[in-house]
Design a protein around this ligand. Structure first.
Ligand code: GLC
Length: 422
């Protein structure tokens, strides 16, 4: 039976509504406790590194605990490193012996992860690194062309396995498609990414593929910063909770972002109709450290009250948060996320639409307001202190939806004679 080809918008629908996901970097490197790049950065020889697999037998690994935490955090999907740049697979593979199934653990962690995601009602994402440091041909393509070829073949075979053996997969999150001194178009050619991605789509017609195989595909992936793509294009900012140098477990990682900071990033993503993929680096035994759990749970608590301002948000080009925060929008509603609580009054400028009502999400109480010249929307009678410790949100219902004042003469506001607010 022929199935109708899904449009981009149809494929992206759940993702667009999700806004918040969990990234997980976990593998052999977790045992080194200094991030996932140690092998390369410290030039650990291949065989020496491979010995880590003899000790990798994480008895406390519990995929349900991961998925449960993600759900509690208000996340709607997960993306797990099925294989990072070190080439070690957390899944069963015919194309490699360097897997968790064929070494000490004797477990297919990817299979357990997929089952847990589904059980928790989360969408399933696979991170997969095209490059594999163990191949001389990655580091020196000219000198070791056969090795480079073998690495490419491994990529084709393993992506096929991942797309065939685990049921429905929602996101294919490529990484490591880069090759030194190559531009993206040549990268895609080197990897044969077009062929692989066509195969992926034939096996998983609804899948979302990111832009790191040298092809644009469905999703932009700003890393460690929240920057919106142009309206209509899918994007997702990935970020670590700790310092930017490592995504895998780092034993002493003192510089963790605060819950407030993390929520502000999430708001920025939602403002630009993008997602926030927040990373955790579980310990070598598979458990997630307390400092990460606490933050995620606090974000989940905030989302319980304020989630309507985040999930399914649309691109906001109309409302400016001014000095104190940011707006997200959905339909005819605007949500003013106030980061720096101003006290009794809050002022937004250039609001053209008539306001029907304003409500503080933290308390459910109506907020008084007036609309003045220059599109000034003044909220009054607000509590003196921020009603939400992290980000306080005022929900504003607009007649006909949020529109901005058009300042034809940008000097007119000085006289208070700018366009009326309605
Ligand atoms: C980078 C890093 C990698 C990490 C990824 C996450 O590409 O190489 O370690 O997995 O970013 O986006």
């Amino acid at each position: 039976m022929a199935t109708k080809k899904l449009s981009y918008a149809e494929r992206m629908k759940w993702f667009h509504e999700a806004r918040f996901g969990m990234f997980i970097h976990w593998g052999l490197y977790s045992q080194l406790r200094r991030g996932e790049w140690a092998m390369f950065v410290e030039r650990i020889p291949k065989d020496e590194y491979a010995r880590l697999a003899d000790k990798f037998n994480p008895q406390k690994f519990d995929a349900d605990a991961w998925a449960g935490l993600a759900a509690e955090a208000g996340m709607k999907y997960m993306v797990l490193t099925t294989r990072h740049h070190d080439g070690f697979c957390l899944f069963d593979s015919q194309a490699s012996d360097f897997t968790s199934v064929k070494t000490a653990a004797k477990r297919d962690f990817v299979a357990e992860y997929v089952t847990a995601c589904r059980k928790a009602g989360l969408k399933v994402g696979f991170y997969y690194s095209l490059l594999d440091w163990r191949f001389p041909g990655y580091h020196n393509r000219k000198k070791y062309p056969e090795s480079a070829k073998a690495m490419v073949e491994q990529y084709h075979a393993q992506v096929k396995e991942l797309m065939t053996n685990y049921g429905k997969i929602d996101v294919l999150w490529y990484d490591g498609g880069w090759l030194f001194g190559m531009d993206p178009a040549d990268m895609a050619k080197f990897w044969g990414a077009r062929t692989v991605n066509a195969m992926v789509r034939s096996l998983q017609p609804h899948i979302i593929i990111n832009n790191r195989s040298g092809l644009n595909e469905d999703l932009d992936t700003p890393e460690q910063h929240v920057t919106a793509s142009k309206q209509g294009r899918g994007w997702e900012s990935c970020m670590t909770i700790g310092d930017s140098c490592g995504w895998g477990y780092i034993r002493n990682n003192p510089n963790m972002k605060s819950v407030t900071q993390l929520l502000q990033h999430l708001v920025f993503a939602a403002k630009g109709a993008g997602n926030y993929l927040l990373n955790v680096g579980p310990k070598p035994d598979g458990t997630i450290r307390k400092s990460e759990r606490i933050r995620l749970k606090a974000m989940g608590d905030w989302l319980k009250t304020n989630g309507e301002a985040i999930y399914g948000s649309e691109y906001n080009a109309a409302l400016s948060g001014g000095m104190i925060g940011e707006w997200t929008v959905k339909g005819t509603t605007g949500y003013w996320h106030i980061f720096r609580w101003p006290g009794r009054e809050a002022v937004a400028a250039n609001v053209a639409s008539k306001v029907k009502s304003a409500t503080l999400l933290a308390t459910g109480k109506k907020v008084k307001f007036r609309q003045e010249h220059n599109g000034r929307l003044v909220l009054t009678g607000l509590p003196k202190s921020p009603p939400d410790l992290h980000v306080s949100v005022v929900k504003v219902a607009f007649e006909g939806g949020p529109r901005a004042v058009k300042e034809r003469d940008p000097a007119k506001w000085l006289e208070g004679e700018g366009p009326e607010a309605r």
